[in-house]
Write a protein that binds this ligand. Structure first.
Ligand code: NOJ
Length: 517
């Protein structure tokens, strides 16, 4: 069963580089997160996911960890992070760190040991072939970089050698079974990292590439799942309140593997993409076709999303939660193609669905996707990683440093959205997000485990769904429509745009949303 506290939790994802800089070096820091906890709480988020903040050469923005137990000096110290846990808890905010179990940086001490010609205690911590001229089928391996007579497997970028959790079906002498001493030691080493942070006060982990551990061909992920079930047993025994969210995007597998939550991610042209990113993401130009459901001009067909989501939902209801996200550090910001009004409807939907939602920093004000050069292995992802826009002050309030010291440039547009400009304006995106999240916290029927029933999902008609005793309807189109819902005797308790009951029917204005009780 998922951790109980998740029932009424809304996460805020923080890319620490870009959130708030308190020492003027142009890069966000842990103290900056501490200073903004009241803002986050006021927004209605009561948990954080912080992208990797550990010592790293930052060739992949910190997903190349050099020391799992040390905060990267650019963000502060371990004590700063412990202080963040403490102050966040006092304010009722939980904190998840980002665990990267599938690979390390090539600069990690384990890898330096593993590379040596003479075997050390870490010889089997990574996956090495038995000779410098030997590869592995068509799997990415790399050689010529070590004294050791072998090539090694990569997990993602070249700087990220794969940790060794063994092979489900070893075919070669150098491929170890999952229960060989080397793979078992890797597993214990990752548990040790988890224990370290949990015992210092963190509340759990977002797990990077959680499905990537056991190698080929763990097709239905049975062997990788067994590793996580083992980790879950450790958590249940030692840290029963800890929560884990997987980067897996296959809830039936991830939740059976012992995860509390799994993200529904924008991988290829899947159902999630149909909501806000139904366009050609590679090199999209303004004016290109875009059939995202929440665009006013789309065909408003949610079947691709609902087909996938509802099947997963039915299968996993008793096991844990599906997490819907506004965006993340890998995904194009939704403001790239959507107007503030379209964003309001999209967020209203995402935040009133079952499961545990995640809001990516800056999406609450509609921060734009910027055309900026790649930074730290971000490539096209970099445009979604620019500094948070707090106010119209220097560097939009992100940092007192000089502009050219900033991690990434701030949005140069004269109308760049800011927290300050939107705060207090009931029509703003920011205040709409606050209002929706306040409603979610006030209505147990909108929370993670309350039921969901689709009442109308016909393309071209308002979407109508039930959550417990509440009925919800979205009209994403640019014209008024009647929702297929008996509104007789029901009260409209929340609306975006216009909603009224006439003769027992719910009339929704163009681009409107309503919750009825
Ligand atoms: C997924 C992370 O979200 C992404 O940012 C990173 O580059 C890869 N995993 C590799 O760790």
């Amino acid at each position: 069963m998922p951790a109980k506290w998740l029932k009424d939790t809304v996460f805020y994802e923080i890319y620490p580089q870009s959130f708030y800089d308190t020492n003027g070096d142009g890069i966000g820091d842990i103290n900056g997160i501490i200073e903004k906890l009241d803002y986050i709480k006021g927004l209605g988020c009561n948990a954080l996911w912080i992208n990797p903040c550990f010592d790293s050469p930052f060739k992949d923005a910190g997903y190349d960890v050099r020391d799992y137990k040390k905060v990267a000096p650019r963000y502060g110290t371990n004590n700063d992070l412990y202080r963040l846990f403490h102050i966040a808890h006092e304010k009722g905010i939980r904190v998840l760190l980002d665990l990267v179990p599938g690979h390390t940086s090539e600069e990690h001490a384990w890898f330096q040991e593993s590379k040596k010609a003479n075997p050390t205690a870490y010889a089997d911590r990574y996956i090495w072939t038995s000779g410098w001229f030997q590869g592995c089928r068509n799997i990415p391996v790399i050689g010529g970089e070590a004294e050791r007579n072998g090539t090694y497997l990569l997990n993602f970028f070249k700087c990220q050698p794969a940790l060794n959790y063994g092979f489900l079906k070893p075919e070669e002498s150098w491929q170890m079974p999952v229960d060989a001493p080397g793979p078992l030691a890797t597993r214990e080493a990752i548990k040790d990292v988890m224990r370290f942070w949990l015992s210092h006060g963190c509340d759990g982990f977002r797990v990077d590439m959680a499905n990537s551990l056991v190698k080929y061909d763990d097709e239905n992920k049975s062997a990788t799942s067994a590793v996580w079930q083992d980790v879950r047993r450790m958590l249940d025994a030692e840290f029963p309140d800890a929560a884990m969210v997987a980067e897996w995007s296959c809830p039936p597998q991830a939740l059976r593997a012992g995860y509390d939550m799994d993200f529904y991610l924008d991988w290829g042209t899947n159902g999630y993409g149909a909501l806000m990113r139904d366009y050609n993401q590679a090199g999209k130009k303004p004016g290109d076709a875009d059939n995202s459901y929440f665009r006013a001009a789309s065909t408003h067909d949610m079947s691709k999303f609902l087909g996938e989501y509802m099947a997963w939902y039915a299968d996993t209801r008793e096991l844990g939660y599906i997490s819907l996200i506004t965006c993340n550090h890998d995904t194009t910001r939704p403001a790239f193609n959507m107007s503030p009004r379209e964003l309001k409807l999209a967020y209203a939907f995402l935040f009133t669905m079952p499961g545990v939602p995640f809001l990516y920093y800056g999406d609450e004000i509609g921060m734009r996707y910027l055309d900026v050069p790649t930074k730290e292995g971000g490539y096209t992802r970099t445009g979604s990683r620019t500094p948070m826009q707090w106010n119209r002050g220097k560097n939009l309030g992100f940092s007192e440093g000089c502009a050219d010291s900033l991690y990434l440039p701030v949005d140069p547009a004269p109308d760049a959205p800011t927290v300050e400009a939107q705060a207090g304006d009931p029509d703003s995106l920011l205040e709409t997000v606050r209002a929706i999240l306040a409603l979610r916290h006030a209505q147990p029927d909108l929370q993670a485990d309350a039921g969901l029933e689709l009442l109308c999902a016909e393309p071209g008609q308002p979407l109508v769904y039930r959550r417990g005793s509440l009925a919800l309807a979205v009209n994403a189109a640019a014209r008024p429509m009647e929702a297929a819902l008996d509104a007789q005797g029901k009260q409209i308790i929340f609306a975006i745009g216009s909603a009224e009951e006439k003769d027992g029917r719910l009339q929704l204005g163009a681009q409107s949303f309503a919750v009825l009780k």
